[in-house]
Design a protein around this ligand. Structure first.
Ligand code: TRP
Length: 348
């Protein structure tokens, strides 16, 4: 994605953010996650918190658990079902209300997947091969490029457009997919007739929460604090995080990534600034800092973890939430596919 179009996306994102509280009824939010593990603080501060806010503003909110995306770059489906159910638990524990927000999975909504056929006809091989996120994901996975990995941005366009989503809270890495989705919507509308909105990405304005080592927070780096961890697991993870020998705590992400990541984590959980916390700890060393971070994180997550535990005891309810979400998503997808067939003149 060029710098220019990134700047344009950022500008539209800011304009929408300003308009949202005034006209929530204009917007449908669609976003989602791959069910590859438990949600962590990076997900929470990066997007989950915002989804809850949009839901509570009265925006139509839909969350897809992207189970078909898991098989873009791995062979086993072994943990998917368990991850899907735990993801629902994580969402509800964070404040997603299934009465307001539709939670559903790819594999349960056939009409969504069928949009893939007309949509694939609207993109070129060169466009697919150019997508930088697809390339990066292929390299990270160590697998060769599968047809599904190559075309999953088109599948993501199906996720967004089946419900005529027009805002998509995502990180920067997903912006090429939003651009591709806009192109698909535009081309469909021009070629056959107007059906789809051109969705905008809603870019997060706060800096990404670093993992405990200062790199991006990711389960595969072992630097992530899961919402579902216990207080003890959280303490242990923070305790073994890499800091440095300087006893005086200062916020300096470049020179001191470990110490600074801990400060940012505590800052997000307490609403204080990194500098304020650093000044308070002074020359107390990383032991004092780690103790403070552990208390901040565990304190912040306590109500979420308590709700999580309660929800996990009633898996029948979790199943019901998924069934109802899938039912509602199917209703929307069926109506959109009917409209697509009619617009394409394929009604027999
Ligand atoms: N591709 C996203 C990720 O890897 C998950 C996802 C699937 C998604 N479908 C989506 C995000 C639709 C936004 C909109 O995290």
């Amino acid at each position: 994605m060029s710098i220019d179009s990134y700047e344009a996306s950022r500008k539209r994102s800011d304009e929408i953010r300003a308009d949202l509280p005034e006209h929530p009824e204009k917007y449908t939010m669609l976003t989602g996650d791959r069910p590859t593990g438990r949600l962590h603080l990076g997900h929470y501060f990066g997007t989950i918190r915002e989804r809850v806010a949009l839901q509570d503003l009265g925006v139509a909110t839909r969350i897809i658990i992207a189970d078909y995306q898991v098989i873009t770059d791995r062979d086993s489906t072994e943990n998917i079902a368990d991850n899907v159910r735990n993801m629902v638990i994580d969402y509800l524990a964070c404040g997603i209300d299934p009465e307001k927000t539709i939670i559903f999975t790819h594999s349960s909504v056939p009409a969504l997947n069928q949009l893939m056929l007309p949509f694939l006809s609207l993109v070129t091989e060169a466009e697919l091969l150019r997508n930088p996120t697809v390339k990066a994901e292929m390299e990270a996975s160590g697998h060769t490029l599968t047809g599904l990995l190559l075309t999953y941005p088109v599948h993501q366009a199906c996720d967004i457009l089946f419900c005529k989503g027009n805002i998509v809270p995502v990180g920067k890495d997903q912006m090429p997919h939003i651009e591709q989705t806009r192109q698909i919507a535009r081309r469909f509308n021009e070629r056959y007739g107007h059906v789809f909105p051109e969705p905008d990405g809603l870019l997060n304005n706060s800096p990404a929460i670093p993992g405990l080592d200062g790199r991006k927070m990711s389960k595969s780096y072992g630097n992530a604090i899961s919402l579902s961890s216990t207080d003890e697991e959280t303490a242990k993870l923070i305790k073994k995080s890499q800091t440095d020998a300087d006893r005086t705590i200062t916020f300096d992400p470049e020179a001191r990534p470990g110490v600074s990541a801990l400060l940012t984590t505590a800052a997000l959980c307490t609403g204080r600034t990194e500098e304020e916390i650093a000044a308070e700890i002074g020359d107390g060393g990383s032991g004092t800092l780690k103790k403070y971070v552990t208390e901040s994180v565990n304190g912040y997550l306590a109500p979420i973890r308590a709700r999580r535990q309660k929800l996990a005891q009633d898996m029948g309810y979790i199943e019901e939430v998924l069934h109802e979400g899938n039912r509602r998503a199917n209703e929307i997808a069926d109506a959109t596919l009917d409209e697509v067939r009619a617009t394409m003149g394929m009604v027999y």
